[in-house]
Design a protein around this ligand. Sequence first.
Ligand SMILES: NC(=O)c1ccc[n+]([C@@H]2O[C@H](COP(=O)([O-])OP(=O)(O)OC[C@H]3O[C@@H](n4cnc5c(N)ncnc54)[C@H](OP(=O)(O)O)[C@@H]3O)[C@@H](O)[C@H]2O)c1
Length: 281
Amino acid sequence: MSIGIIGTGVIGGMLARAFGRLPEEQVIIFNRSVAKAEAIRRECSRIRVAHSLPDLVTASDLVLLCTRPSDAEEVMTEIGPGLRSSQTLATTISQIPLAVWEQQTAARVAKVIPSITQTVPSGVVLICYGSRFDGFQERFEMIFSRIATPFVVEEHQLRLSSDLASCGPAFLAHILSQWSVAAARVGDLSQAECEYILSRMLMGVSDLLKNGFTLSEIIRQVAIPGGVTQAGIESLGADVQELFVRLHHATSGGHPSTVAATGIKVRQPDVFSSPYINGTN
Ligand SMILES: NC(=O)c1ccc[n+]([C@@H]2O[C@H](COP(=O)([O-])OP(=O)(O)OC[C@H]3O[C@@H](n4cnc5c(N)ncnc54)[C@H](OP(=O)(O)O)[C@@H]3O)[C@@H](O)[C@H]2O)c1
């Protein structure tokens, strides 16, 4: 499989490094400012830098388009007509509907929403299939299973699932960071010490989950009836759920999907060049 990556910024760069480490994949990259792509090639000598967008498209079975939405139209105008039906175009841009991408090319189209956790590589990569994927899904998911756990969603589920899989690491990091500030306020530890303990605690929880524990099992084993953990959980009350309902309401504004859990309807872009400049995350 040869994988071509267009746009080697935060996400495209991460995917290039992740796939570039795998001996079985050939990775070819192209970025508007060449220096960024060259820097990645220096890190990973197996990666080739394409001379141009058409050069990348010709050499790739799978083209990963990882620019910002506002740059996508220009790229698609150049590569869309040249992509063949035997090729796959996957994009990390969630805001533009699949049907709009499919109008631009004969290739099969999917949305792929990665997460910073694929730097390691770990976590969830969301996949949303277009209409031309019949019989090719298993192979596609196999490619991404080498760097993460693929999770297939429908287009209308993409915003909510992106909050969990892709924005989730930042939400969790923010919560733990605020927790360390609060802990330092109430006791005799510095914020740095609290943050260190919480970070190591999170790594331990991650290992428990890897070893088959569920979230409810962890709670059951730690929160003994009448103990301090149970008192702490009760002190959080029902506000925790409301906090996250508020978060999902906040993120769903301006995206072309309906958030089923909240019933929020948001606007649909009707042309490829809609000025959707906000990223998924
Ligand atoms: N960041 C995340 O955690 C995350 C997660 C999931 C999905 N996404 C989505 O992934 C996309 C990329 O996000 P990002 O954070 O990686 O953005 P970014 O860091 O700004 O990277 C975008 C890259 O695209 C390049 N580019 C722009 N036009 C190009 C063209 N015509 N040809 C080749 N390369 C071109 C840019 O090159 P220059 O160096 O010249 O600017 C830049 O390196 C966004 O649509 C975002 O919504 C992001």
